[in-house]
Design a protein around this ligand. Structure first.
Ligand code: DAH
Length: 334
């Protein structure tokens, strides 16, 4: 007899272990415990042993046969269970929770801004991101070759087509479409060839426009004061600082009291106590003429603000590029 029963057992168990489908397990079964299998062979050869050894060896061979039979049955049911997909569930593992989606912080702030104006009776309008020179500049009273065009680092698509540098062209588009009275808020992406801590080549603006008879600078101040108090808080003071835009006259930039130091002066406000948040003014009569409104009958105000800038001030973010790096550790905080 060449192999001991213990060697046969070890070999068979290894083979059962290695078999990974029913067919392979059944082949092992036939080979070891089948009618012509290794164990049957072993029992048959018992007669070659000395007489006194035979009962012990026979008994052990039958035990091994039973043990293999059980290992084979177990292996088969494990294979069936795996196929049914209900094996190897470790109930002690923590669950995998579904990740909930949410809006990008810039989108959230855009919605907050629009909501405030919607409550003040403004409608929402949108328009194309690729604009003609006419809407982006000319109709807004930027004369051809005027240095004011250099205020905006324009991406040109062709000589007469640009990526809009601001949402102000929507003033022209909405006035061409609707007659006064008009109260419209216009959010959208804008593009400028500029990139640093506070500038990205694409950013978002919200434009506002109100036109009717008898609209005054007082209306502009009133509406923007409500906006700032709603967006930040009632303690946030604001001031109108004279400025220049071709499409408004007079023009003003609006500053808010520094949200960090409340006017004391700090690094964020460059020790001025104030933070610029938007441009505004009374609609220049040339725009009304360009859209066919009666320039001596109507007046209006307009304003434009950068959404990322508002978001940075509201949440104390010091680098605008964080909004666009898609780092979930940053975005997940909003
Ligand atoms: N379009 C200007 C810019 O992007 C912002 C602006 C200033 C918009 C004054 C206005 C306005 O509507 O009245 O810099």
């Amino acid at each position: 007899m060449d192999k001991s029963i213990e060697d046969i057992k070890d070999e068979a168990l290894k083979a059962i272990d290695a078999a990974d489908d029913r067919q392979a397990v059944e082949a092992v079964s036939t080979r070891y415990i089948g009618r012509k299998g290794v164990i049957t062979q072993f029992l048959r050869n018992l007669s070659n042993l000395p007489k006194e050894d035979r009962p012990g060896a026979g008994k052990r061979a039958n035990q091994v046969k039973e043990l293999l039979q059980k290992a084979i049955t177990d292996a088969l049911s494990a294979i069936d269970a795996r196929a049914a997909g209900d094996i190897e569930i470790d109930v002690s593992l923590p669950g995998r929770s579904a990740q909930r989606g949410y809006l990008h912080p810039v989108t959230q702030v855009t919605h907050q801004i629009c909501d405030i104006f919607r409550r003040l009776g403004f409608d929402i309008a949108e328009g194309p991101e690729v604009e003609t020179d006419y809407y982006n500049f000319q109709a807004l009273n930027f004369p051809k070759d005027h240095p004011a065009r250099d205020m905006q680092d324009t991406f040109f698509v062709s000589d007469t087509v640009v990526l809009r540098t601001h949402t102000s062209p929507l003033q022209i588009r909405t006035m061409e479409k609707y007659k006064p009275p008009l109260r419209i808020i216009m959010p959208g992406k804008v593009f400028r060839c500029d990139s640093d801590l506070t500038h990205t080549p694409m950013f978002n603006q919200v434009e506002g426009l109100m036109v009717d008879e008898h609209i005054s600078l007082g209306d502009l101040k009133g509406i923007l004061t409500v906006f700032v108090h709603e967006m930040f808080d009632e303690q946030t003071g604001l001031r109108f600082r004279p400025s220049f835009f071709p499409f408004t006259e007079p023009s003003a930039e609006v500053d808010i009291l520094c949200v960090i130091c409340r006017g004391e002066g700090c690094r964020v406000c460059s020790h001025s106590g104030w933070l610029e948040i938007l441009g505004s003014g009374m609609v220049h009569p040339a725009l009304f003429e360009n859209v066919g409104y009666e320039a001596d009958r109507y007046t209006g105000f307009a304003f434009g603000m950068g959404v990322e800038r508002i978001a940075m001030l509201k949440y104390g973010i010091d680098d605008i590029r964080k909004f666009f790096e898609n780092d979930m550790r940053f975005l997940g905080q909003f």
